[in-house]
Design a protein around this ligand. Structure first.
Ligand SMILES: Nc1ncnc2c1ncn2[C@@H]1O[C@H](COP(=O)(O)OP(=O)(O)OP(=O)(O)O)[C@@H](O)[C@H]1O
Length: 364
């Protein structure tokens, strides 16, 4: 079918009066990428998507698709297609006419456009319900129709605004797998807005984490999870402890830093830091060992505040001097071999290699 073109945002800004919704965002999305725009409510992800689609004007900067700058082109002239959160199907039209609608607008003859619509419906496994109207379809089925309708124009990129948010948890996972399969099959870029880190990690080749109208990090899911750029990313992705301290020593390869409670830790110097400067680090919650005498401790003792059973793992929340919140994920078997109770004091340990130094946030 079609092949995807690279999309580039060049210092794209969106102002609504005095409010800055998107602040000079630059990003390259290679052709054929599953890209998720991820972030909390109000961070500017929908506005960014709508500027790529042409449904929102750009205040400053440019949007490029392949070799063309499309900043001032109408949505239908860009080579992108958008699937809306509400699906926006026409209630009075049957499935096949809903899908064929944009071809009708382009003046394509009835037989041709219905044949193409059936082809698209086959692609999303909805050809058997071609005669139904939207009210006679389930939410998941309406969504497939909306997908077919977006794809009928052979776009070079498909833009999806929170496509899974209306579905129940079971269907969400099923449709998520289908979206990924479809993207691989079509070979075009899908740009998908979500506030779910789990969804973004499951789907993306490229995760773009946004905060306050800016990009905090754009990388593969594994990179974002293992090497979050900033404290915001570490906290937003979850399963990380963020600790603030001050650099006390560095020796070229490692950095030593102290937390207000007096404990000091070593980290690989994976980001440049200065002695005496404040520092923030992240440690994955599954990399912290509780009361493990085989590991060199960190000089930190945590007081168990809460215990949650999560099935494969048990999540233990602790407080420790100079650290606001601290969570540890313990594999189920290990936890129940040596169970803990609220109020227990336990030494915490981790290896220096599991410590990752965070950069200053662009929005800080
Ligand atoms: N038409 C508008 N007029 C004024 N401000 C707007 C308009 N649309 C969005 N905004 C503001 O721009 C900012 C970014 O909004 P946007 O919808 O892009 O965020 P979002 O990350 O998609 O959030 P959500 O997940 O809640 O949809 C918000 O502060 C929002 O209030």
């Amino acid at each position: 079918m079609t092949s995807g073109a690279e999309i580039e945002l060049i210092k794209v800004t969106k102002r609504y009066g005095p409010a800055l919704a998107v602040d000079s965002v630059s990003l390259k999305i290679p052709g054929g990428t599953y890209c998720c725009l991820l972030g909390p409510s109000g961070c500017g992800k929908t506005t960014t998507l709508r500027m790529i689609a042409g449904h929102e004007s750009v205040s400053e900067g440019d949007v490029r698709l392949g070799a063309s700058v499309v900043t001032d082109l109408a949505p239908a002239k860009r080579g992108t297609a958008m699937m809306f959160q509400s699906y926006a199907l026409f209630p009075h039209l049957d499935t096949v006419d809903n899908v064929a609608f944009s071809l009708k607008m382009k003046g394509v003859e009835k037989g041709t456009r219905r044949a193409k619509a059936m082809e698209m419906l086959k692609l999303v496994q909805m050809d058997h319900l071609a005669e139904r109207r939207p009210a006679q379809l389930s939410g998941g089925q309406q969504q497939r129709v909306a997908l077919a309708r977006a794809l009928i124009t052979d776009p070079q990129a498909l833009l999806l605004d929170e496509p899974l948010s209306a579905l129940d948890p079971f269907l969400k996972i099923k449709v998520r797998q289908e979206l990924k399969k479809l993207q691989l099959q079509l070979g075009i870029s899908f740009i998908h807005v979500t506030h779910s880190q789990e969804e973004a990690m499951a789907l993306s080749d490229l995760v773009v984490v946004m905060n306050g109208g800016r990009i905090e990090q754009a990388a593969t899911p594994r990179e974002v999870f293992n090497r979050p750029a900033t404290a915001f990313v570490a906290r937003f992705m979850g399963d990380h402890n963020v600790i603030s301290g001050r650099v006390s020593k560095k020796d070229g390869a490692t950095v030593t830093f102290e937390v207000p409670g007096g404990a000091s830790f070593v980290a690989p110097e994976d980001q440049a830091v200065e002695v005496g400067a404040p520092i923030e680090i992240a440690v994955r919650t599954d990399r912290v060992h509780l009361a493990d005498s085989t590991l060199h401790g960190c000089g930190l003792t945590g007081l168990v505040q809460n215990i949650e059973y999560h099935g494969q793992r048990v999540q233990v929340a602790l407080s420790a001097p100079g650290i606001d919140e601290f969570s540890v994920q313990v594999p189920e078997t290990a936890f129940f071999a040596k169970p803990l109770s609220v109020g227990d004091a336990v030494p915490l340990a981790w290896t220096a290699d599991d410590v990752h130094i965070l950069q200053k946030s662009p929005t800080a």
